[in-house]
Design a protein around this ligand. Sequence first.
Ligand code: PLP
Length: 436
Amino acid sequence: MLPLTWGFLYPPKASKIKTIQRGTDMKDLEIEKYFKLEAERQNNGIELICSENYPSKETREAMASILVAKYAEGFPGHRYYGGCEYIDAVETLCIERLKKLFHTQFANVQPHSGSQANFAAYHALINPGDTVLSLELNDGGHLTHGSPVSFSSQMYHFVHYPLGNDGHLDYEVIKKCLDEDNPNLFLAGYSAYPYAIDFRKMRDLIDEHNKHSAVHCYFMVDMAHIAGIIAAGLCQNPCDYADLVTSTTHKTLRGPRGGVILTNDPEIAKRIDKAIFPYSQGGPLENIIAAKAVAFKEDMEPSFKDYVRSFMENTKACNDELARLGATVSGTDNHLFLLNVMKTYGITGKEAQLKLESVGITTNKNMIHGDTLKPSETSGIRIGFPAVTTRGCTKAQAIKIADIIDAVLKDKNSDLSAYKAQVLAITSTWKDVMEL
Ligand code: PLP
């Protein structure tokens, strides 16, 4: 028997509690319809957009947790609101896990996205009007790396280092640009660069340049795309060399949509925190921070390294099969490669994307090194295997997918529906996106 007061304080049946109704008790069927349709699209399709991934069920549950209801402006131990003891514990756990994952001393887990992280990072390192040396969008950089349509080019003076003729980074050219442009900030890390990056060499070049330059140049890396590969220890860790590193958490890290910033410099760490709050953001998304913490724990599991190895192998297998079939492809050292559809099939990236989408293969049009077409047309598409490998794609299936891509892009018929069955034969062997 419960004491009388117990039942009074904790009424057993929630239905007896009178609450003010929020409009209607009916489910939002209009929205729910699209949840179902989107899950179906994801389940039936081959997702080759290299910046996408499927977070685990646990990560998605954290995103939908009640932490969403809490305001917590500030940082653990220094909040502008009461009631933050558990929020502080969650955010601290997230920070500690992230630091461990990338071997750094300081981390900020509050950026709402990769773009927000970059916005704050620039503010932490340089002043408006300062010069930033980065890779151009056309060569694989991101919008926030100085594109004319982004805040970045309007707040800072961006200049760009070109890639070598073979589409690889040319460290001699970077050295020359550093000396000629005297930037306040050098930026590495890209959206569509398929090769390994020598961060150690970049650090050496910047140190050498700083010895004789009147302007101190900081070194920033945006590891948004390759963060998972770095976490798995399968390429150089930029956190060992850069002054500041930004990332997204939803691509190869397989977490919720969001951003993070890392550094080993205590002074820069203080400037990062101020640049996030109060400079550029308000209340942090603590439910998303909890989900980041869940994902970082998963990323530390030995199985994550196996997963990263598999998606890199699958990406290479698809690239190599397309090359065997005569296609012009970039090759790959990471999770993505570029297929030059204009040179191979005489169609634009936009047309290729639409053709593939019509059979259930999702890719995105992408500029190719030296592209003469507009960003809305492009000569290429970008392909990567992080998402499908999460669902269980094997190397044999990656090769089969290359064969389907080649056949679809060669096919001049307007009706391509016959290929849909081939796509479904593959996706039906994979895990359901809601159960990962
Ligand atoms: N940095 C790089 C290199 C990216 O590729 C992206 C997104 O594609 C971002 C930043 C921006 O991330 P978000 O879309 O979360 O703003």
